[in-house]
Design a protein around this ligand. Structure first.
Ligand SMILES: [Zn+2]
Length: 461
């Protein structure tokens, strides 16, 4: 296998742990044919020079330009793929209008498979150009459209978790956009899990790039029969689960009125809280819910931008992490208006700072906010990379032997990159500038599973 190894050399930043950024100055990352990191060395390590020399001799060395930095690829834990055409639209509308007037009619259009192909091709290419190497997608109700999304991810080389949306309750879902029955929704979900596995048959020795997730939209749009059935399917197949949880006052109240418990308790009782469950939002989970989540090994996809529109509250991220709950970030396209996970990280910082200090000037400083410590730049970067990878149960998010090499290169300078290095900057300064300033135009290269998948965003067109 020696001749199959490739080496990427340059300076990298990563956060294997949430409190500490680790710079890897002039490192060499050796990657095997399956995209798995074999070794990470820096000058002074015993093998470092020989790894570089061997790679150079056999033409498998790629050295990053001096003005560029390597970071792990970004992990977006919550995207509604069929909402891509309405990104940025109608966010001033109340949630009910937003769903019934705009979102459900748009999602229903994906039963047109030519339309699905066109939209998903553009979505996957654009997210890769923004550095999203792993995307966790809600698809639509239509089975075939979700297979088209999985094919788009495989064609472009994006790592993904995808779910066929299940929603069958005639009281809450429109007739033109819902599963005809619980049995039908469960059968179609099973068919989707099988279809995703079949798409990747024959990829000898490679880690599958695309994974299926059992995806009840949320408790209010599903009957008890459907939720029970999907819980049983999760236990039978071991597939990932994704849904929305405790997003807003309305959702919390709806679930309490219908089932007499919290949203998280309901999901737990339906068998939908597993160590491979990703719960979008979860702003209103109680302290005891957090303990349930941590015990089950379930994760939260924190979507600060969407929450500013639809959630009525800010998720106390640090509290969830301190309870042992896995947390990462989501754009919640199109409940949020930006496709960039860098933006999600920045909005997470802003939301956290506002929640911690409070916002109403007429209230005394002491009583104004939660008084908790706000998230740091290092922590939101960790949420966007390693935290998200942990939440999605995927071996990515940091440059460690055994992990898959998913990475992006960020280049300093240029009129639109946002990211500018100066002579007096320390490594920590450069890292912070990169996290807070880099735009998609600063992303010069994107790798998934060791393969280069995209260069400049202009070339994605
Ligand atoms: Zn959502």
């Amino acid at each position: 296998m020696e001749n199959m190894t490739r080496v990427i050399a340059g300076t990298a930043f990563h956060t294997p742990n949430r409190n500490k950024m680790r710079p890897l100055r002039d490192c060499a990352i050796a990657i095997d044919a399956a995209g798995t990191i074999q070794s990470v060395t820096t000058p002074g390590d015993t093998d470092h020079e020989s790894i570089l020399a061997r790679a150079e001799a056999n033409g498998s060395l790629f050295t990053l330009p001096e003005d560029s930095y390597l970071i792990p690829g970004l992990v977006d834990l919550h995207i509604h793929a069929p909402q891509w055409p309405q990104l940025g639209k109608a966010l001033d509308a109340p949630l009910e209008d937003w769903l019934l007037k705009y979102t459900f009619p748009l999602e229903a259009k994906f039963a047109d498979h030519a339309y699905a192909f066109e939209v998903y091709d553009d979505l996957v290419a654009t997210l890769l150009a923004h550095g999203t190497t792993t995307a966790v997608y809600f698809g639509s109700v239509d089975l075939k459209a979700n297979i088209i999304l999985a094919e788009a991810c495989l064609r472009h080389g994006q790592r993904a978790v995808i779910g066929k949306v299940a929603m069958d309750d005639p009281d809450t879902c429109p007739d033109y956009y819902r599963d005809p029955s619980a049995e039908d929704a469960i059968a179609q979900t099973r068919a989707f899990i099988d279809a995703v596995a079949a798409l990747q048959d024959g990829q000898n020795g490679k880690v599958p790039l695309v994974h299926a997730a059992i995806t009840p939209r949320f408790v209010p749009s599903c009957t008890d029969d459907l939720l029970h059935g999907l819980g049983a399917l999760a236990a039978e197949t071991g597939a990932r689960v994704q849904t929305h949880c405790a997003e807003s006052d309305w959702e919390v109240e709806y679930v309490r009125n219908r089932l007499g418990k919290t949203d998280a308790e309901a999901l737990k009782d339906f068998g939908l809280l597993t160590d491979k469950t990703i719960l979008a939002h979860s702003n209103f989970v109680t302290s005891s819910d957090m303990t349930h989540l941590a015990h089950a090994g379930a994760s939260i996809a924190h979507c600060p931008l969407s929450n500013a529109y639809f959630a009525n509250a800010v998720l106390p991220v640090r509290r969830a992490l301190d309870h042992g709950v896995k947390v990462g970030l989501g754009t919640d396209i199109s409940g949020g208006f930006s496709p960039s996970l860098f933006d999600a990280a920045r909005y997470a910082l802003m939301a956290s700072r506002c929640a911690c200090s409070g916002t109403e000037p007429s209230v005394t400083a002491k009583a104004r906010g939660t008084g908790e410590a706000p998230l740091t730049t290092t922590e939101v970067f960790w949420l966007a990379t390693k935290g998200g990878a942990n939440a999605a149960s995927l071996p990515v998010g940091a440059f460690e032997p055994g992990a898959q090499f998913d990475a992006i290169a960020i280049q300093s300078g240029g009129a639109t990159s946002g990211f500018r290095r100066s002579d007096t900057d320390t490594m920590q300064d450069i890292f912070e500038k990169l996290v807070l300033n880099a735009t998609a135009a600063a992303i010069s290269k994107v790798w998934v599973a060791g393969a280069e998948v995209k260069t400049r965003p202009e070339q994605a067109r």
